[in-house]
Design a protein around this ligand. Structure first.
Ligand code: DQA
Length: 157
């Protein structure tokens, strides 16, 4: 998937109505499936997304991934006044980006922060998140299942 076809401002790819959920992934998550598979597993995100859209046919998903901080902020602004929920994995920017935290605070749509790995069981620098305090909740360490649990939370809230 390229970013243009997954621009969060473009119509969602799946779903027939109902809840609109945007999934936004940060840097290096385009390499899921080959990247540090002992930590992140060997499933490309696109394959997981196919499963997710099949599992929740009533949800309209949009998906966006960028390696660039400002593009992630633009993506949050685009969906953040229209969608019902945002599932955000800011990846490495979690630990460095005050601006992404500010963007979450500036938008209306609630954000769930998801990390595939258990960031609290890794290096100390991963324990700091500029995103957790601005999000409705955080899920970490449950692999890709964390995204699915976040969808369920939005559906059941
Ligand atoms: C990550 C954890 C971050 O610390 C790391 O920089 C990532 C992925 C995760 O999903 O586990 O790129 O967000």
């Amino acid at each position: 998937m390229n970013n243009e076809s997954n621009d969060p401002g473009s119509p969602p790819k799946a779903g027939t109505g109902g809840m609109k959920i945007a999934i936004i992934n940060g840097p290096n998550l385009n390499l899921l499936g080959t990247r540090e598979t002992d930590i992140y597993g060997n499933m490309p995100f696109e394959s997981f997304l196919d499963e997710l859209t099949q599992k929740f046919p009533a949800v309209e998903f949009s998906y966006y991934q960028s390696n660039i901080e400002g593009e992630l902020i633009n993506a949050l602004h685009l969906v953040g006044f229209e969608y019902d929920g945002i599932i955000l994995n800011p990846a490495g920017y979690t630990h460095t980006s005050i601006a992404i935290g500010d963007a979450i605070a500036a938008i209306k749509t609630p954000v769930i922060e998801v990390h595939i790995s258990n960031v609290h069981a890794r290096e100390d620098f991963r324990k700091l998140s500029h995103v957790s305090g601005k999000s409705v909740g955080s899920i970490f360490g449950l692999g890709l299942k964390g995204y699915e649990l976040a969808v369920e939370w939005f559906l059941n809230r």
